[in-house]
Design a protein around this ligand. Structure first.
Ligand SMILES: Nc1ncnc2c1ncn2[C@@H]1O[C@H](COP(=O)(O)OP(=O)(O)OP(=O)(O)O)[C@@H](O)[C@H]1O
Ligand SMILES: [Mg+2]
Length: 325
């Protein structure tokens, strides 16, 4: 890339509020300088990126105190602040549009309310492991600068239905009090654990109790539920969600997008993307990004800036082997 192209990429990521991309482009400039033989300049740039990263990490580890859940609630939900953005996700256009629509409606929910309309806010995400459901919850919280409250299912489910309902009530009360993204992750976790004990009736009761709270809730928090096992949910219950969004394993263009985004801080000139992408077939978004990270780590530790195709193919093969086991 020429200097102007780098500058454009920096400005674009600034406009998008995409910190990761901004730093990734800065790393590209560093790699470019290194190739030109400007070692000092390259090092200065890399040090600055490191400094920016550690600053960001120390800032995000200090959440705003008012939103930290207290008392009994603290055992049920964990609060985080997310800087993930939708732009950090590589998504099929239709899915991206649906997520953007949630953000747009949420950002302008006051305008809608004036006309008796409501922003969509009860969302069900369905899809295989590693397809980006949890990342979506984080990205929506990041886009809306709302705290992300993840509901800890293990502490929610007790052997006594009455108690579970009381705990659910605490969480739903919190939604009224503190606007946030409330993420009910991995319904399937309860599903499989209970199913092992042949206690399917119990799961259904917990889910039904959840769905009843969901139906009655009219807070202005965003409620996101995610599952790998939609078959555990009664299809008639789906209508209680404003949106039911399906995630799929990546096609070749998504796979390529994820690899390129993850490796944007490195030199990938001459990479045979088609061959690499074909090798990822069957892997999830999570596994593909992990393979990219493995290749990146190797490159860094070998003091190189260029990703070796064999490293990347090797990392992909390793991910495949571990999923087939
Ligand atoms: N669309 C995407 N674009 C870029 N990276 C992605 C995408 N989807 C997933 N990833 C990567 O995969 C990781 C894992 O994804 P995530 O945890 O969101 O999957 P999940 O659908 O919640 O899986 P599970 O059902 O196992 O909880 C993310 O942290 C991210 O690094
Ligand atoms: Mg998840």
């Amino acid at each position: 890339m020429t200097a102007s192209k780098h500058l454009i990429a920096l400005l674009q990521s600034h406009i998008d509020g995409d910190n990761e991309q901004f730093l990734a482009v800065a790393m590209q400039v560093a790699a470019h300088e290194a190739r030109q033989g400007h070692g000092n300049l390259a090092k200065q740039l890399r040090d600055l990126v490191d400094e920016a990263r550690s600053l960001k990490a120390s800032r995000t580890s200090k959440p705003v105190p008012f939103a930290q859940p207290k008392g009994e609630l603290a055992a049920l939900i964990s609060a985080t602040y997310s800087d993930t953005r939708l732009t950090s996700m590589v998504l099929p256009t239709a899915l991206e549009e649906r997520l953007k629509r949630i953000v747009t409606e949420q950002r302008q929910h006051h305008r809608l309310i004036k006309h008796g309309l409501h922003a969509r806010r009860k969302i069900l995400l369905i899809g295989p492991p590693g397809s980006g459901k949890t990342m979506t919850a984080a990205a929506l919280a990041g886009e809306l600068t709302l705290p992300l409250f993840t509901v800890v299912f293990d502490s929610l489910i007790t052997r006594f239905m009455g108690e579970t309902a009381a705990k659910l009530r605490l969480v739903f009360d919190a939604m009224l009090e503190t606007r946030g993204v409330y993420f009910f992750d991995e319904f399937d976790a309860i599903g499989s654990r209970r199913a092992e004990r042949n206690d399917v009736g119990e799961i259904r009761r917990v889910l039904n109790s959840f769905l009843q709270f969901l139906e009655n809730d009219d807070s202005d928090s965003l409620i996101i539920a995610a599952t790998n096992h939609p078959e555990l949910l009664d299809p008639a219950l789906f209508r209680r969600f404003d949106d039911v969004i399906h995630y799929e394993l990546p096609d070749t263009s998504i796979a390529e997008g994820i690899l390129k985004t993850r490796l944007s801080g490195f030199d990938t000139k001459g990479m045979r993307w088609k061959q690499v992408v074909e090798a990822t077939s069957g892997l999830s978004q999570a596994e593909i990004s992990r393979a990219a990270d493995e290749a990146a780590k190797r490159t860094i530790l070998d003091d190189r800036t260029r990703i070796a195709r064999d490293d990347l193919l090797g990392a992909i093969a390793e991910r495949k082997a571990s999923t087939e086991r």
